[in-house]
Design a protein around this ligand. Structure first.
Ligand code: NAI
Length: 695
């Protein structure tokens, strides 16, 4: 972790060197400041070039330092930037690859900036709930203009260097293939004696009628930002670049940055950022574990899941064959895929050519011989162990050696499935979520015999098909659905106390979930849960369930697909209308149970449902089904619509405080169906130690 110092004639070249992205952590900042001072004091040096080692200039500040005093330890990023800006000799930033966040802020403090084409230039701080904190909001609009600067800062999205070549951001964008450092040194020699040294802070943001533009931006951003405060704060900081003196604007930005860093929203976004990266790491499967090549795929079953799964491969450019038992089912599945692509084209999200190419990568077959050479096959047939057995025995008999045999089962025992084959090391669970071509989550289920190379390949594949892969051990429902069952049990118990579906849904949606439990069940199909409960009644006869959902299903109210579920639906309309029939059913059940209708607050509804998730999550963590609390959070953020600004159920529990969560659970344990509230031992232990799940 350092910055290298090499002299080319009378030009000092300082190379930020902190792999993988030259993050500006404390050690790198110190080394860079020291190198700048060395150049200043050496009379033989006339100019300084700052560049980055490897493929990038700098990916920015080290976010891990935000939770520690290190970020504020001298030399801070501000000090580094001020050192460059105040040098008596010209400092040139030579940019390539990636120049983001603090990296861009550093370059904006330099006197000149030159770049290679293809470099990604951006201030992505808003994506972790912050404003740029080292002058980015004050300097960027001064060089790219108010509109462009505001767009880049509020969206956080990068722009390619060549697209900014005509702005004052760059003094030169070199031709493709030019040697960046040699060209930058040549540039430095050309301007070495030019004085005064140009400084971005001395420029003005010129924009006629800027107040009208800023007001328009405030309105637009406010409407889009939802619960997140950072986007609007970005607008205010950019406004300060026009309305305040530079130093005042800098201070304003710094204050906003420090305040936002303390918000739960920013903490949640930073948590999600690290959680996503952590999820791809499995302690006993190191990063250099060999992976198997996936050039050809197959999917068994062209139903709801099979079609969506096949689209993932086609979207990633991997040819895929779907296998069915009957021509009719195959034709229907392929037609649905075609329709999905046509709809994407209609929405303007895909060109007809690209859609055609993708459809061309998907073929159908009724014969196992046609898929025998595939590198991976994903089974998505009926959720029935006997059917799975037939399929896996057939796969074992026909697939080439080394092919990965995956199952999309959502509840069945993967180890049993693996035992149907003579190659359990090749068997893995790949649990997609519906619609499989859209949902980000992929639960990767590791069986007791799953090979490490197979797991490493599945993790790599999840990236290739743009999913968030989270590893789960084998248990009924894996991480996500096992927790969901407890959440739904609580939702159904509430009905017995006379709470109506719409009150539960509204409370949960106000908490921030994309959809409440009853609307969600109507979408997924109430018969799925019914099927699972029937199995539970046999396997765990002591486990209590509310009768209401079974009574609902007995009426054939399976949800949207039958036009009626917890709500009523009109043909061709997904709007959920409260149902008098359901309300009557609920009230009859309240009476039958001899209970009374109770007024339940929205706060209690949220606590019952969310703490049920937390308690089961704690058990999953303790049993080692999930590797870390943040993996559970990732599952809920990417697969179940848990509000991102709360960071997932486990971080939410940490934020509430585990002793508080425990106390509320103990209160529920004294009420009806109190058995459901036996606290997970891990939760009790951590609460007692004053720790959180994510500590
Ligand atoms: P589905 O009923 O829509 O599709 C199953 C398809 O498999 C049908 O087209 C059927 O013809 C075909 N099939 C049945 N036996 C076959 C065999 N022996 N060989 C070839 N094809 C055969 O079912 P869905 O919903 O797609 O579920 C499939 C699997 O995915 C199940 O294990 C389910 O638990 C799991 N899953 C379902 C989710 C959902 O939301 N529907 C979500 C995640 C997993």
């Amino acid at each position: 972790m350092s910055a290298d110092y090499v002299v080319h004639g009378s030009v000092a070249v300082i190379t930020l060197n902190n792999p993988p992205v030259n993050g500006l952590g404390m050690a790198t900042r110190s080394a860079a400041v020291e190198a700048l001072r060395r150049a200043e004091s050496d009379a033989a040096i006339k100019a300084v070039v700052i560049t980055g080692a490897g493929k990038v200039f700098s990916g920015g500040a080290d976010i891990r330092e935000f939770n520690s005093p290190k970020a504020l330890t001298e030399p801070t990023l501000h000090t580094l930037i001020a050192t460059a800006e105040n040098l008596s000799k010209p400092v040139i930033a030579a940019i390539h690859g990636v120049c983001m966040g603090g990296g861009l802020e550093l370059s904006l403090g330099c006197h000149y900036r030159v770049a290679s084409p293809g470099a990604q230039i951006g201030l992505p701080e808003v994506k972790i709930g912050l404003v740029p904190g080292a002058g980015g909001t004050q300097r960027l609009p001064r060089v790219v203009g108010l509109e462009q600067g505001l767009n880049m800062i509020v969206s956080g999205n990068p722009v390619l260097s060549e697209k900014l070549a005509e702005t004052k951001l760059f003094d030169k964008v070199f031709a493709e293939g030019a040697d960046l450092v040699a060209s930058a040194v040549e540039f430095a020699n050309g301007i070495a004696d030019t004085r005064p040294l140009p400084k971005v802070r001395n420029l003005k943001v010129d924009y006629p009628n800027h107040e009208a533009f800023l007001q328009f931006s405030r309105n637009t951003v406010k409407a889009m930002a939802g619960a997140f405060p950072a986007p609007l704060e970005c607008v205010e900081c950019v406004a300060a670049s026009v309305t305040m003196k530079f130093e005042d604007g800098l201070k304003y930005e710094r204050d906003r940055f420090l305040a936002l860093a303390q918000t739960t929203e920013s903490k949640a976004l930073r948590h999600a950022f690290f959680a996503e990266r952590a999820a791809s790491k499995v302690p006993d499967v190191p990063a250099d574990t060999p992976t198997r090549s996936i050039a050809k795929a197959a999917v068994i079953g062209a139903g709801t899941m099979g079609g969506g799964i096949a689209m993932n491969f086609a979207n990633a450019g991997i040819p895929v064959t779907i296998l069915e038992t009957k021509q009719e089912a195959l034709d229907k599945g392929l037609a649905t895929i075609r329709k999905n692509y046509e709809n994407t084209v209609k929405k303007g999200k895909l060109t007809p050519e690209k859609a055609g190419q993708r459809i061309g990568l998907i073929t159908g077959s009724l014969s196992y011989e046609d898929i025998a050479q595939a590198d991976i096959v994903i089974e998505a047939v009926f959720e029935d162990l006997n059917v799975k057995e037939t399929v896996f025995r057939q796969l074992d008999a026909t697939m080439k050696p080394g092919a990965i045999l995956a199952s999309n089962t959502s509840t069945l025992d993967l180890d049993k499935i693996a035992a149907f084959t003579s190659r359990p090391q090749d068997v893995i669970g790949l649990h997609f979520f519906s619609p499989a071509n859209v949902m980000k989550l992929l639960e990767i289920v590791r069986g007791k015999d799953t090979g490490k190379d197979v797991l490493a390949t599945a993790l790599a594949l999840s990236k290739k098909i743009k999913k968030t892969g989270v590893v789960s051990g084998v248990c009924d429902g894996f991480i996500g659905n096992r927790m969901l069952e407890q959440y739904l049990r609580q939702a159904f118990f509430l009905l017995e106390e006379g709470v109506l579906p719409e009150q539960v849904d509204k409370a949960i949606e106000r908490f921030g979930f994309a959809m409440g439990p009853f609307r969600m069940s109507d979408l997924a199909g109430n018969d799925i849960g019914w099927y699972i409960r029937k199995r539970r009644y046999i396997e765990q006869p002591d486990l209590e369930y509310s009768k209401v959902p079974d009574l609902l299903c007995e009426q054939g109210r399976f949800g949207q697909k039958t036009g009626a579920g917890w709500y009523d639906y009109k043909a061709g309309d997904r709007t959920a209308y409260p149902s008098p029939v359901v309300n009557e059913l609920i009230m009859a059940q309240v009476q039958a149970a001899g209970g009374e209708r109770r007024q339940v607050s929205d706060e209690e509804i949220v606590q019952r449902l969310v703490f049920a998730l937390v308690n089961e999550g704690a058990k999953i963590l303790e049993e080692g089904i999930a590797l870390r609390a943040s993996d559970i959070d990732m599952v809920y953020l990417t697969g179940y619509g848990f509000p991102l600004y709360r960071g997932g159920p486990m971080l939410y529990a940490d934020t509430v405080g585990l002793p508080n969560v425990l106390e509320t659970m103990r209160k529920f344990a004294r009420g009806r169906h109190g058995d459901a509230w036996t606290p997970a031992p891990l939760l009790e232990r951590l609460a007692g130690e004053g720790k959180g799940f994510n500590d």
